[in-house]
Design a protein. Structure first.
Length: 156
């Protein structure tokens, strides 16, 4: 029976080498903050944790930021669910359809912006991009709240 051997000389494409170099730089400069930010998103943080484990990153430096990020994500989901449920109960169907369309378009736009740009350059670019996206998301949420409250005041 032939035995399966794990190859020891794994060849990576230049793009993958560039990505892992970028990831090492981000983890070196931001460390726990990167783990927290990544676990605060709905992205699969298992890949990051596997990579950190393979690099022998200390577990005690990962546990708390990862737990805080996941707890924060669950809190955000809970708050958004509560807001959505209260809007569903108090606002009319027309406003909810409009809000759903605005949220869908904003989500698609943000996803497109994140995926379009090549952010493997330097960590500073990534941090600036996250700040810009955060400002965009807050602006969209404020406009949405203004629209919803304006509709609600007009119906009273």
């Amino acid at each position: 029976m032939p035995q399966n051997k794990i190859p020891t000389d794994i060849r990576l494409s230049p793009k993958m080498k560039e990505f892992f170099t970028w990831l090492d730089n981000v983890l070196y400069t931001m460390g726990e903050e990167a783990v927290f930010l990544f676990s605060l998103t709905p992205l699969p943080d298992d890949l990051l944790l596997l990579y950190l484990g393979a690099k022998k990153y200390p577990l005690r430096k990962i546990i708390l930021p990862c737990w805080l990020g996941k707890t924060g994500l669950i809190g955000i989901y809970s708050i958004l669910g509560t807001i959505g449920a209260s809007m569903l109960l108090t606002l009319g169907e027309g406003v909810l359809i409009t809000a759903s369309i605005i949220i869908s378009i904003a989500s698609l736009a943000i996803t497109y912006l994140v995926m379009k740009k090549d952010i493997t350059g330097n960590p500073e670019k990534l941090v600036l991009k996250i700040k810009k996206l955060r400002i965009l998301v807050v602006t969209i949420i404020m406009v949405l709240i203004k629209l919803l409250l304006g509709e609600r005041d007009a119906s009273d």
